[in-house]
Design a protein around this ligand. Structure first.
Ligand SMILES: Cc1cc2nc3c(=O)[nH]c(=O)nc-3n(C[C@H](O)[C@H](O)[C@H](O)COP(=O)(O)O)c2cc1C
Length: 192
């Protein structure tokens, strides 16, 4: 294992093979994720994993939210129904959807600490997954801010914050490495 190589080579995956990732491997991935830094050792990350038949429930909640917030029309016109069908199929073909969330902190500094820590957890998961040949896409979408969506999946939006939804599976297509801007362009060293 070469962590530096993994950091450089990991790619966001947007096209997955259909078969699922074994539970043991997913458990390993999330275990590595949980070695993320966590202030006061709060380990705030929580995961709701939707797979197999569980995906249907999740995807119905997603589509209902898209309609509520106007991303998808809410009518029975053939064009709308076709669009909903295609979106559902697309989402159903992704083997796992993991909602990553934490309990909100009232204090804004504590809130940022937890948000940052859960983000580090997600990136650790992405890197660990890559080591197992598993791909992920970290997504942030408008339904994460729809209180009714949270209620539909059993979360109280007043108390819980979703940091991201991870699409997970074995990569079908790995996109090219777009590289990164030389860090010199972003790095300012102040010596005196
Ligand atoms: C917080 C966050 C949210 C993201 N949301 C999306 C998303 O909703 N859809 C998507 O296609 N990619 C999403 N991405 C992935 C980025 O597009 C991706 O990291 C970027 O294109 C660089 O590609 P790479 O991860 O393969 O290096 C997200 C990344 C982050 C960090």
């Amino acid at each position: 294992m070469d962590i530096l190589k993994t950091i450089r080579e990991r790619r966001s995956i947007r096209s997955f093979k259909k078969h699922e990732v074994d539970h043991d491997i997913l458990e390993q991935i999330f275990t590595y994720g949980s070695f993320a830094p966590t202030h006061y050792m709060k380990e705030s990350w929580r995961i709701k994993m939707y797979q197999e038949d569980g995906k249907k429930f999740f995807i119905d909640a997603v589509m209902a939210s898209y309609q509520r917030i106007g991303m998808v029309k809410d009518n029975n016109e053939p064009k709308t129904l076709q669009m909903i069908k295609s979106m559902k199929e697309f989402l159903m073909n992704i083997p796992h959807h993991a909602v990553i969330y934490f309990e909100r902190e009232e204090d804004p500094i504590r809130y940022e600490e937890e948000y940052a820590s859960v983000s580090a957890f997600i990136q650790n998961c992405q890197l660990a997954a890559w080591e197992y040949g598993v791909g992920m896409l970290w997504t942030i979408t408008p339904y994460m801010h729809d209180a009714e969506f949270l209620r539909d999946i059993g979360l109280d939006g007043e108390r819980m914050k979703i940091v991201g939804v991870l699409q997970i599976g074995y990569p079908e297509v790995i996109s090219r490495n777009k590289g990164r801007t030389p860090i010199d362009e972003k790095l300012e060293i102040i010596k005196s």
